[in-house]
Ligand binder design. Sequence first.
Ligand code: HPA
Length: 243
Amino acid sequence: MKTKTAIIGGTGFDQIDSLEVIDRKVVRTPYGDPSGVVINGKLGKKSFVFLPRHGISHSIPPHKVNYRANIWALKDSGVDKVIAFAAVGGIDRSLVPGAIVVPDQLIDYTSDREHTYFDGETGNVTHVDFSFPYSTSFRKKIISAAKKAKVNVVESGCYAATQGPRLETAAEINRLEKDGATIVGMTGMPEAVLARELELEYVCIAIVVNPAAGRGDGEISMEEIRQELTRGAQTSIEILKKL
Ligand code: HPA
């Protein structure tokens, strides 16, 4: 069966320079407008659908992203697999800037986001299974593509999704660590569960761009984040080319 894979570009990944654009489509959804046009393109020989989560000019903050419209637009474009890129802070002290993590678990600390397609309007109450929030089989493919590309990835991790847009306090990070989280970002939810509700195979490639609050020396530097993002995005493209 033919499969179609989407890339949701995160911070630093609003455009993929090496993506050969085939076409751009405006997709309307019952939930409003997605973050941008849906791009069909090629990376090397492989076709991908691309959608920048924060808009092409990076103007939509994490709590304002229309996650329902984005995931709906991808489904509507015939996508069955989603690779979500995410810039994250490293909670676990071994996860220093530059590390790339393929998380296998998440904890949701977000609030006040439209987080389901099943809000009772159809008259049916639906509870999706979310024990394993990321697709196990697709994660394996990503990890083996990383090996082929000779990119070191951390093969598991627990993503804490926070509300943002502010970064966390050092005490909050200690609490997330006690909860079992190893990385922290602001966009992992409800994106992952919406993909599950629409039966898309969803994985996350998380690029560690800073030590989480209280883990580094002093305050979090935006300049350091920007540099790590550029490097991480290039490395991730090598993984995609080997998929
Ligand atoms: N916290 C939350 N989100 C983030 C961070 C962080 O430290 N770094 C990049 N995205």
